[in-house]
Design a protein around this ligand. Structure first.
Ligand code: DO4
Ligand code: MG
Length: 278
């Protein structure tokens, strides 16, 4: 089942049919350990909506209310290697190698809810950055008790030049206006996503694909539950939290995003998150 945060409520999609939830408050609707079962009960009393010219599909917003967005780093070998290369001059390489092998994962704060951009929104490159990439990431949604109840697609926009200069600049490389995108929906599956789930990215410039790549979850070093366990260890999230799980796809070193690029990130059971770079 998929939940869409609409301008005027919450839409539930199941088997290509849309329903409007009685509950209109996103935070109250999603913060449940039994979210899937609760939605199954809700749907019994709902009537499918047919969108027409007279009843158009409402605008869909980023699937977030009051939740914080956190992110994981160096959870794929590709991310470890790319970051060791980019920080070579700064001597930061061994930090990435060590965190990849360590028991404790790298977790960092990414965004407040109000800064998050949704599907078809504009993500940004920092004006003081010269080397930039999107990071396509499976993003977990956990309830306030830390239970994994849903997934969305995340784009962890990153400045490689700023992070590469000094790993201590990570917050500036990772958190700025237009650096976090989530969407298009919150997938609430009956069972957790399998290791064969594919994350796919395509970057289009002036109508031509300039980069594409894919990775499966099986290449992720950490388990989603392990990342959430660390996040919730010493921190409370009264409305639940989003956690990006790290990127396994990084374009070659001579690639940098440009204004006007269009980034499509797809994860099959969730959908596609499309953002233009502003
Ligand atoms: O270590 C810096 C951030 C890593 C990251 O964002 C990722 O691996 O996806
Ligand atoms: Mg990342």
């Amino acid at each position: 089942m998929k939940l869409y945060k609409a301008e005027n409520g919450i839409l539930l999609e199941r088997d290509d049919l849309f329903y409007r939830l009685h509950e209109t408050d996103w935070d109250l609707a999603v913060n449940r350990d039994d979210l899937y079962e609760w939605l199954e009960i809700q749907i019994e009393s709902l009537i499918p909506i047919t969108f027409t010219d007279d009843v158009p599909m409402p605008e869909i917003l980023a699937p977030i209310g009051s939740q914080e967005v956190w992110a994981s780093g160096v959870t794929y070998f590709r991310s470890r290697t790319a970051r060791m290369e980019e920080s070579e001059k700064a001597g930061g390489g061994s930090f990435y190698d060590r965190v990849y092998e360590a028991e404790r994962p790298e977790l960092f704060f990414k965004s407040t809810a109000w800064r998050v951009v949704g599907n078809h929104g504009t993500v940004r490159i920092r004006r003081d950055s010269t080397w930039d990439v999107p990071e396509p990431e499976l993003t977990l949604f956990a309830s306030s008790s830390g239970a994994l109840v849903g997934y969305t697609i995340g784009n962890d926009m990153s400045s490689r030049s700023i992070e590469g200069e000094n790993p201590l600049y990570l917050p500036q490389a990772k958190s700025y206006t237009g650096s976090a995108a989530l969407g298009p929906c919150l997938l609430v599956p009956e069972f957790p996503l399998g290791d064969d789930t594919v994350i796919d990215i395509a970057i289009v410039r002036s109508g031509e694909e300039v980069f594409s790549g894919e990775v499966t979850l099986s290449q992720m070093k950490r388990k989603p539950e392990e990342l959430l366990q660390y996040l919730f260890r010493e921190m409370s999230f009264p409305h639940g939290a989003y956690l990006m799980t790290g990127t396994g796809i990084i374009p070659p070193s001579d690639f940098t995003l440009q204004q006007g690029d269009i980034v499509h990130i797809s994860i099959e059971p969730i959908g596609t998150l499309t953002n233009v770079v502003g």
